[in-house]
Design a protein around this ligand. Structure first.
Ligand code: NOJ
Length: 751
């Protein structure tokens, strides 16, 4: 142990003694509400305002200023502060030197890993595996808490229908059922089995709400969402996060039907507090309180603070409208003491539940958890399960490790930072294992001929093309690693066209001309419109931004160590002009069909108008997406049979068991994600053509089969129709299937 480590361990021991002696708030340890009330009764208004104000550490200048702010009770939480010694010192100031000894809670954006970086959340969603996602979030919490972080601004569970939106990378895709299952897993992973465990950190469900529906896919933009879509789609994962015990929610930037999310009494008070009975804390997104002035919803910062407080935003992140205005707002009776006290209660409740009063300090020994081999192995597993095989003709994949040589081409083959993806502040590129490195490890240096061909994803220069083509000609197979740099997705990083950027498509076309088998590995933060590239090449693996261990995970699949098993958590469109296109769309009165579609080039010049199809399609894109939600191939094949329903009818409060057999009919063991969909044929409002209601990832050995069983409850079929949430009697379709576009079909009735 070096001397610094010894010193911080000794300091920690001292701090623990202090923590014991300074527990001025320890009476009735298990009685959180009692402790909250007792402390609240001792607090001055300034101290209450402090708890409601979150400081971003960069805002205060020097460390001394920061300590003074903590000592004075000017802030109850900090953003962007980490490190054992720094956090312990600031906590010491908070618990020993501030008047009431209220500990800080330290927050940070820990979105898909802390130092061990997992695939972007959209990638993790493609694993359809809540268990491994939960474990990934547990690892992230363990690493982050070892640095003093006790509050993660995640999970990000905004449903979106728009892949142009840069933050599509950060969420779980388009489906409320899948996103809800993952939201639960993420919250449970962060918060652990016991909130007071030193490795547990508070989750923050964000961005509440509607943020994933910005007009034109432009970040921060206006959203108009009908109440049925809000309740049946957007809010579902938030409710799941609340039910899983999420300690906090974040109010979003966007306005929803004209009311900014941070001033929205309907979503924050009516739904979150009254209907859902949420008793955790609500933090505003960064600057979203004063931005209500820019929205044109508040006259000035003071008015914005008043609106946010009255809507129920407990903590203002990074800006100071609360700090500057609460006193005068109270004097002017624009806000009430009760609102303030309720907010402070919510904040203190979270701090007590997390055990911060009893154990505010970080044990330096906990840092050993960072980048542990078992965590990296898990990152490899999650990355592997998240990769989706989009195409594989003539067994292009898997490759044999006995292959004489492969040409490794493309801007993402050896780009350690890009593979980490967006929202990754603490992961280090030097820990990334790139595909190039992993392939060299599998095949040896000599067999891998590497020519990037393009230096970065947007590169338009073609001067390396001839070298890349020469490498392809010398090799038995070509693997092209393309996609997007990390900076093309994430907050504020939206695109109008979602094709492969730069000259990647041109380079792929040149490689295809060599006649060698070309395998595409796409590493991107969004579902790209890559129809042409899929058509041209032999095999396509969609690997997202796969995190620290993306390289070995991709290599595992390229060489068939395992079979690909991910499935798309979002529909892939043919081009931006097809957006939005999601699988649970309504049928319309005139659904597009193959017979009715008139492809643009098939229409004779000066054709009479009446000869066209008059159905819902586009002349160029038709009426189907590029790839449906839930889609994903395997190196083996699965055959579905023997669908059975335990009953053909049920009451609204009853249940039906749906069973099917899935056989592995190919030549390799593999995982299949079996999906359960329903359609409510007729409703009091029109119903989606399909809705996911269950899924199971099952491992089936070659030649074997598995019986899969789902229990469908009447209550699972309830929906909000604009007035009430209810399960409506009538006829239903049910499918057990490999994706949202096909499957074994059955029917039942709700009486
Ligand atoms: C703004 C982002 O919208 C939010 O997701 C994030 O948690 C905060 N900034 C803090 O960094």
């Amino acid at each position: 142990m070096n001397s610094i480590k010894r010193l911080s361990t000794a300091l920690f021991a001292l701090l623990m003694i202090l923590a014991g002696s300074c527990s001025r708030n320890q009476a009735g340890k298990n009685d959180v509400e009692g402790r909250v009330e007792k402390l609240l009764a001792q607090m001055t208004l300034d101290e209450k305002i402090g708890q409601m104000s979150q400081l971003e550490v960069g805002m205060v200048g020097t460390e001394e200023n920061l300590k003074k702010a903590v000592r004075d009770g000017r802030c109850g939480s900090l953003l962007n502060c980490w490190g054992v010694e720094r956090v312990n010192e600031l906590q010491r100031v908070a618990v020993k030197e501030s008047r009431l000894g209220i500990p800080l809670i330290i927050g940070r954006d820990v979105i898909h890993g802390y130092r061990t970086i997992f695939p972007i959340p959209l990638g993790m969603a493609a694993s359809w595996d809540p268990e491994i996602v939960k474990k990934a979030f547990r690892i992230a919490a363990t690493e982050a808490s070892s640095q003093g972080i006790k509050w993660a601004f995640a999970p990000m569970i905004d449903i979106t229908w728009d892949p142009r939106w840069g933050r599509v990378a950060e969420g779980c895709g388009e489906d409320p059922y899948l996103a809800s299952a993952l939201a639960k897993a993420m919250v449970e992973g962060f918060q652990g089995d016991s909130l007071t465990d030193p490795t547990s950190i508070a989750a923050c469900a964000k961005h509440y709400c509607g943020y994933g529906f910005p007009e034109g896919g432009r970040d921060y933009n206006t959203t108009y969402i009908t109440e049925p879509v809000l309740r049946n789609v957007v809010l579902k994962p938030f409710k799941a996060a609340k039910d899983a015990g999420a300690l906090s929610f974040m109010s979003a930037f966007n306005d929803l039907d004209g009311v900014p999310a941070s001033g929205n009494e309907f979503t924050l008070k009516q739904i979150l507090r009254k209907e859902w009975k949420f008793d955790g804390l609500v933090v505003s997104d960064w600057g979203s309180v004063p931005e209500m002035v820019v929205h044109g919803y508040a006259t000035d910062a003071k008015d914005a603070a008043s609106k946010a407080i009255n809507a129920g935003v407990d903590i203002e992140m990074a800006t100071t409208t609360y700090f500057d205005n609460i006193k005068s707002l109270l004097e002017e009776k624009k806000i009430t003491q009760e609102e303030i006290d309720n907010s402070v209660r919510n904040i203190l409740r979270v701090k007590f539940k997390l055990g911060l009063f009893d154990n505010p300090f970080v044990n330096p020994e906990a840092q050993k958890s960072i980048l542990e081999p078992a965590s990296l192995e898990h990152a490899r597993k999650v990355a592997r399960e998240s990769i989706v095989l989009l195409k594989n003709v003539k067994n292009t994949l898997p490759l044999s490790t006995g292959i004489s040589s492969v040409a490794v081409i493309g801007p993402l083959a050896d780009s350690p930072r890009d593979q980490l993806g967006t929202w990754c502040f603490d992961g280090n590129a030097e820990n990334s294992v790139t595909p190039l490195k992993a392939l060299r490890e599998v095949l040896g240096d000599k067999k891998v001929i590497f020519v990037a061909g393009l230096t970065y994803s947007r590169d338009k220069k073609t001067d390396q093309f001839s070298k890349a083509v020469a490498a392809a000609k010398k090799s038995d197979a070509v693997i092209f690693f393309g996609g997007e740099e990390w900076i093309l997705t994430g907050e504020g990083q939206c695109r109008g066209e979602i094709n492969l950027p730069g000259a990647q498509s041109e380079l792929i076309a040149e490689l295809v001309k060599t006649g060698k088998p070309v395998i595409l590995v796409i590493m991107a933060g969004r579902p790209l419109a890559i129809g042409n590239e899929i058509d041209e090449t032999g095999a396509v693996l969609y690997a997202w931004h796969g995190g620290t261990m993306a390289g070995p995970a991709i290599a595992d699949l390229l060489f068939g160590k395992e079979s690909p098993s991910g499935k798309l958590p979002i529909t892939f469109v043919k081009g931006s002009g097809q957006i939005p296109f999601y699988y649970y769309r309504n049928n319309t009165g005139r659904p597009g069909t193959q017979q009715s579609w008139t492809p643009i080039d098939s229409i004779p010049v000066e054709n009479p108008q009446t000869s066209l199809g008059y159905k819902s399609f586009q002349l160029d894109y038709g009426f189907t997406p590029l790839l449906p939600f839930g889609y994903g191939l395997s190196y083996t094949t699965f055959a579905y049979s023997d669908l059975s329903l335990s009953a053909l009818s049920m009451k609204t409060d009853g249940s039906i068991v749906v069973k099917a057999k899935v056989a592995n009919t190919g030549n390799m063991d593999g995982d299949e994600i079996v999906q359960l969909y329903i359609r409510d044929r007729v409703g009091s409002i029109t119903r989606p053509i399909k809705e996911l209601k269950g899924f199971k990832r099952i491992h089936i050995k070659k030649g074997e089969s598995a019986d899969v069983e789902f229990t469908l409850k009447g209550e699972d079929l309830a929906f909000f129709n604009g007035k009430i949430t209810a399960t409506e009697p009538g006829k239903f379709d049910v499918w057990v299937s490999t994706n949202s576009d096909e499957g074994l079909h059955g029917e039942f009735v709700i009486e």
